[in-house]
Every structure is written in C-alpha cells, then in structure tokens.
Ligand binder design. Structure first.
Ligand SMILES: [Zn+2]
Length: 379
C-alpha cells in the first residue's frame, strides 16, 4: 500500500515574526518578488522596511490585481525575471498566496498569511480562475512552500470573522480525514504536477496526517472560543497561538495529507445557492461538516459537540445562517449534483454516494440545526 505525506520545509509562527522575513529571504539571495495586495503591504510596511534594512535585502513589489489568472501570474513571473529576484513571497489572504504558488512553481517560495481564514498556506496546490472570476483549473507543484511564516500580532489585528472562518475550515479536517482513512481513498499529497502517468497506484494518507487532523478538533474544542475572544481584543494569548497553528498548520497538513471527503464537496455544491455567496469558505465548510455527519449517521454526542462548538464561536448551524432562508428538494438536489461529480472528494466517504442521499442530508442537517437553536434559545 502506498502512502504519502507532503510538508512545507519550514513553518514559523510568532509575535513580530515578520521582522525575521529578511533572514529567510537572505537564505535564497538578496531580493524577493513581493506578491500582495497594496493595502496588505501598507498594513505591514514598517515591519518590511525594518527587516529589509536589518538583513540587507530588498523587496521588488509586484502588486497583485486580486485574481489568480494565467495572465496575472505570467506578468508576475516576468517581473521576477526582469529583476532577477532570488525568491517569491506571497503575502496576504488566499488569492495572493495562491498567485505566489503559481509564480514560484514549487521553488524558493515564502508564504506570509496575514489572516487565518483558510488552511491553504501550507499546501502544494493552488486554484486558477478566469478573469471573470469563474473556476479555471487546479494546479499542483513539485513541492510545498519553502517557508510558511505567521506573524501572530498581524493576524490578531485582522477582523475576527476571518479567524472564525478559519476555525470552520479546520473543523472539517478531522471528519474528512477520518472518512478518507476508513475508505482507503487517495489524498491530495499524492497528486503530482501534470500527469500521473508512469506512477503506480495513488497514495493514501499516513497515520501522521490523521493524528494532526484529529488534533485540529481537539484544539478547537479546547481553545476556539478563547482564541476568538483574544482576537476580538486584538491581543495574542496562548489559546490564540494554538488556534492559529490549528487553522494554518494542522488543518493544512491534515487536509492535504489526510484527505478531503463530503464536507468540501458539499461546500462546492452550495455555490449554486445564491444566498451563500457573501459567506466565507470556512463558514460554508462548517455547515457542510454537519451535513457530512448526518450522511454518516455520526454518534449523537459527536454531532452535539460539533454544534456546541459552532454555536460557541458563531459558525453557521443552519442554511438560514448562510443566507438561504428556504430550500426546496430540487435546490438541494442541485447542490448534491455538483457535490457528486465523479472527480469530487465526496467519493472518499466509506460508503456509496447518491445525489438523493446528499440532498436529504442537507435538508435534514438544516432542520437539526434549527432544532438545536430552538433547544438552546438561539432561534
Ligand atoms: Zn477548505
């Protein structure tokens, strides 16, 4: 049986960690192409100037137009070539980070997330879009980022909604990895660049990745609420540190090397529900996790624990919490149809999948969430 695990070369996290960015640039050379939204650069300008001076390096600001397209990443590659930069830095939220992965093509890459809203920073993959914002393709690179660096003070200063959404993304990690483990399905860590031709069977996950995924859920239950309160005060505490590591490192390794299953596929299907469009990835993934638990008839105590956690930090429990006040069976089936396309991770569940069963679970999960809210005086 083949198994695979993929990791960034180095992960560093701490207060004022950005002041060490110049050191990591200096391990590659003297200059770095900085891919970031100008607003995000301005938020950390003093730290960038200080670290550049301290370590004798310089940043070439490439800007970023906000969408990860083939044109924009090609433009940035040209800027890197013209300036002979020694490494690439992706700084900011999800899109700038993904763009930097495409530009770097798996080499000499430093990722600096300034929010903890998703678990994408550590992975060796990115999502490409067309200029109109529609999906283009998934891209996989030969290696994960060289360095993933998190300045906890910068993340604590960002809006708390991002941290909570990141907890929603991390919430799904254990349940999806557990399902993938039980079905012996392949994991993203086994996906090579380009064609899989010539390789033997796809690899399944390691026990290491499953353990990291389980630690996500343990940490969220223990410290999710305390971390949220710290972020509301824009202050770093040890609970906050633990949740930053959970959202970015543990969930990142857990999803990529432990596997995705129903929750992320249902999230993708929910894009057909117009009401959800203003909600963040992790907010939708949290509710989709409840749907997955209904599909697999998880123990009542586990379902209650997940709902208790969501209620405590303010993650969605119902479709109405995601802007969908009513859902017909036909609409639920439309969600299920997309969730169940052959390439989707939902087929990593350890039992056969039908569109009807997914639609039913979506509607029933919504009712269970409504019931929970009434029982707990939240409705
Ligand atoms: Zn996710």
């Amino acid at each position: 049986m083949r198994k695979a695990l993929i990791l960034p070369t180095k992960y560093v996290q701490g207060e004022d960690e950005l002041l060490n960015l110049g050191y990591f640039v200096s391990t590659f050379g003297q200059s770095a192409l900085l891919i970031a939204n100008p607003d995000d650069v301005n938020r950390v300008r003093p730290q960038l100037d200080a670290t550049a001076k301290k370590f004798g390096i310089h940043f070439v600001e490439g800007g970023f137009n906000g969408e990860v397209t083939r044109e924009e990443t090609k433009r940035l590659q040209q800027v890197a070539a013209e300036n002979h930069t020694d490494c690439i830095i992706g700084l900011g939220g999800g899109k700038a980070i993904d763009a930097s992965k495409v530009v770097a093509e798996g080499e000499h890459l430093i990722i600096v997330p300034t929010i903890a809203a998703t678990d994408a920073p550590t992975s060796h993959s990115a999502v490409l879009y067309h200029a109109d914002g529609s999906f283009d393709d998934y891209a996989y690179f030969k290696q994960s980022p060289s360095v993933v660096m998190v300045d906890t003070k910068v993340v604590a200063a960002a809006p708390v909604r991002f941290l909570v959404a990141g907890m929603g993304d991390a919430l799904s990690t254990y349940f999806e990895a557990r399902a993938t483990h039980n079905s012996y399905s392949r994991v993203n860590a086994s996906l090579p660049m380009g064609s899989r031709e010539g390789l033997t069977e796809p690899a399944i996950g390691t026990y290491a990745a499953l353990a990291l995924a389980e630690l996500c859920w343990t940490n969220l239950k223990a410290d999710g609420l305390q971390a949220k309160i710290a972020c509301e005060a824009n202050l770093v505490t040890e609970a906050f540190n633990k949740i930053i590591e959970t959202n970015i490192l543990l969930s990142g390794l857990g999803f990529e090397s432990g596997g995705l299953a129903a929750a992320h596929a249902i999230h993708n299907g929910m894009t057909v529900l117009a009401g959800t469009h203003h909600y963040l990835h992790g907010e939708k993934v949290a509710f989709a996790t409840i749907v997955q638990l209904v599909m697999e008839d998880a123990a009542k105590s586990e379902l209650e624990a997940v709902m208790d956690f969501c209620a405590s930090v303010g993650l969605p429990l119902t479709l109405a919490d995601l802007g969908v006040t009513e859902i017909s069976f036909e609409e639920a089936l439309a969600v299920a149809k997309i969730a169940c396309i052959p390439e989707e991770s939902i087929h990593s569940m350890p039992f056969p999948i039908s569109e009807e069963a997914v639609a039913n679970a979506l509607i029933v999960a919504d009712r269970i969430g409504q019931d929970y809210k009434i029982r707990n005086g939240l409705a």
